[in-house]
Design a protein around this ligand. Structure first.
Ligand code: ATP
Length: 309
């Protein structure tokens, strides 16, 4: 267990892919860990699917290496790939059969997958109550989850999903998010997903890499997409206050607001200064209703980093 934690689940080392004259992936290096949901974020055509296909061993890199749990995919393909469960394209099922029978048929492809394991993966993706129903009656979200169950049959340590939220409604996306986070955080699986739907990725991922035109722009913790040093907050007041009074309080602290009205004050300052402002307002008998931090969205962050419009 200790070894698994120390070892990257997936390591990309100077990875490039050229198709014809086009350099689709340009010298990408990054690592994904066990127990995390890792996102590949980028606009259409950025190269996310190409990276995922190389991780899953479906296409070969032009140069560089992919290691799965320390095993080089090029050198020891079978051993490396035995650690991976993947859904790259929409999985096909026999619609007239139950979810359970579909899994049973797929389980026959593996030597060690028994009924217990089938029941286990069904539970992991939250399909226990409907697994005996025909797939024809499943919602898209349920089919996606059945696909994940199929990808988990062989007990992979790495799960790779290309655009898993595609086409799902908000409830389906929430369900998918909860399942994927549980697989990572509870079962210790490294879950890698790609998407260009930034707001959803912000909710699902622990870390994400921004990819643009085949280039790795940077990797970030989701927690760090908010401004590290300064925090933007909106302070709402119960009763109208003369803005001049508010301005005076701020100027005594040597700061200015982004905007001031009789009932609202927007400031962007360090946590310490924000705390002082709140203290001064309270001492000046300004009744505060709420202080709401406005976190930078992933979308704003992404646009800032890639200059995309
Ligand atoms: N077999 C191929 N032959 C030629 N070009 C290709 C091939 N596969 C991918 N590409 C090109 O490589 C680039 C990256 O494609 P890729 O599908 O990896 O992007 P993506 O980030 O997954 O995009 P999307 O979000 O639209 O799925 C695109 O410009 C695409 O046209």
């Amino acid at each position: 267990m200790f070894l698994e934690k120390a070892q990257a689940a997936v390591k990309l080392e100077s990875l490039s892919k050229r198709i014809g004259k086009k350099l689709i992936i340009d010298n990408i290096s990054m690592s994904m860990n066990f127990g995390e949901v890792f996102g590949l974020l980028g606009p259409n055509g950025a190269g996310k699917t190409t990276i995922i296909r190389m991780i899953a061993g479906l296409i070969k890199p032009t140069c560089g290496n992919v290691y799965i749990n320390g095993v080089d995919v090029q050198r020891d393909f079978e051993k490396a790939i035995s650690n991976i469960g993947t859904i790259i394209e929409n999985p096909e099922f026999y619609k007239h059969l139950s979810g359970y029978l579909n899994l049973k048929i797929m389980a026959n492809m593996y030597p060690d997958v028994n009924t217990d394991r089938i029941n286990e993966v069904v539970k992991m993706v939250g399909l226990t109550n409907s697994i005996k129903d025909r797939v024809r009656g499943y919602s898209l979200g349920m089919r996606q989850r059945l696909g994940i169950a199929a990808a988990l049959l062989n007990n992979p340590r790495v799960l790779v999903l290309d655009e898993p939220t595609n086409g799902l409604d908000p409830a389906g996306i929430r369900e998918m998010r909860d399942r994927l986070r549980e697989l990572a955080h509870k079962d210790g699986i490294c879950v890698i997903i790609s998407s260009h739907l930034l707001s959803e990725m912000e909710l699902i991922c622990d870390r994400f890499a921004i990819i643009d035109k085949g280039i790795h722009i940077e990797t970030k913790d989701i927690e760090m997409t908010g401004d590290n040093e300064n925090l933007s907050v909106s302070i709402e007041m119960l009763k109208p206050v003369n803005p001049a009074k508010l301005e005076k309080i701020l100027s005594e602290l040597g700061i200015r607001a982004n905007s001031i009205s009789e009932t609202n004050l927007d400031i962007e300052q360090s946590r310490e200064v924000i705390s002082k402002v709140i203290g001064q307002l309270v001492r000046a008998e300004v009744d505060i209703v709420s202080v709401i931090p406005s976190k930078k969205t992933l979308e704003e962050y992404f646009i800032e980093k890639t200059g995309a419009n």
